[in-house]
Ligand binder design. Sequence first.
Ligand code: ADP
Length: 374
Amino acid sequence: MASVTLKGIGKTYSGNVVAVTDFNMEIQDKEFIVLVGPSGCGKSTTLRMIAGLEEITTGSLYIDDKLVNDVPPKDRDIAMVFQNYALYPHMTVFENMSFGLKIKKTHRDEIKRRVLEAAKILEIEGLLKRKPSALSGGQRQRVALGRAIVRNPKVFLLDEPLSNLDAKLRTTMRAELSKLHQSLQTTFVYVTHDQTEAMTMGTRIVVMKDGFVQQIAPPQELFDKPSNLFVATFMGTPQMNVSKATLLDIDGVSWLQFGEGTDKARVALPQWKGRKPEVLEYIGRSVIFGIRPNDIHGEEEYIKAHPDSAVDAKVEFIEHLGAESNVFLKIAGAEFASVVDSRVKIPSNAAVSFAFDTDMIHVFDPDTEETITN
Ligand code: ADP
């Protein structure tokens, strides 16, 4: 059990490749932190610096209150689980799991006790005599986790541990990792490029881009209050709809007007959002706005009740997913996706009305792409 503190952490690889810049965060004991972002944004480098596998170029790293910049990996009391599992092929599952403890000269009885305990947690007691080649991908992943658990580390570091598994197994393992975190009551730092993994497992999520932290927040807050356009569009599937617009003031109401040429649409922002001083500064100017597909409604009652946010739309095509359908729309020349309950009948290839839930609209500065509505 431990806290991890990153103060101004940066990493420059040889050849002047800047991988991470000014990373600041206090990870509390027992948190499940997920670092998420597109490939190359510096997630693994950050994790590897915490592990001690990569030298820190600038800043200070503390585990609990101890400065560990120059402490070798084996003395940091952390365990790392890799994407490729890194199991020894010639050893049995039992030997793989006990290897680290054997090197530390742990007593034989203690090794057996800890391996059996971890195997029980992971439900792999029946596999202890097998070699990795006789295991499925999911089972290998469990062994890799088991090898980390037996060491009873202060911090678990996991680098894309589910990316070699098929989609169904990933979903199961997501839930299992969350349960494992709860039962171990240990600090987890987890790297993934998959925003669904981040949303489902993290107690807090760190979104990174180009080596810079974009936002650190619990999953729901990140989803509801993204600090910039990148976070807004990176988190959430289907992706948030984004469009350029002009902010207008009509009789004391702020409207977003968007579309090409004469084909224009507009929706009124609610007073609490549209009349904020920060938003009023943008009246008469270009902005970018975003709205999630679930916040564009096709139900008749909703549209009737919200005339100021109803727009004419043309249904381009519909993707039926069972409970829900993705409806792809053209509104004032721009493309929008809406997610509606499949029981709502939407005529395809037809001109219809849709309504925006304007409480859920996000408005961004067109230059900085920072939010102006949170
Ligand atoms: P992520 O884990 O988010 O995909 P990484 O941390 O692996 O990103 O990489 C961040 C940046 O650092 C990338 O531009 C990558 O090419 C670069 N990088 C990673 N490892 C090295 C290395 N050993 N030498 C030089 N550049 C590296």
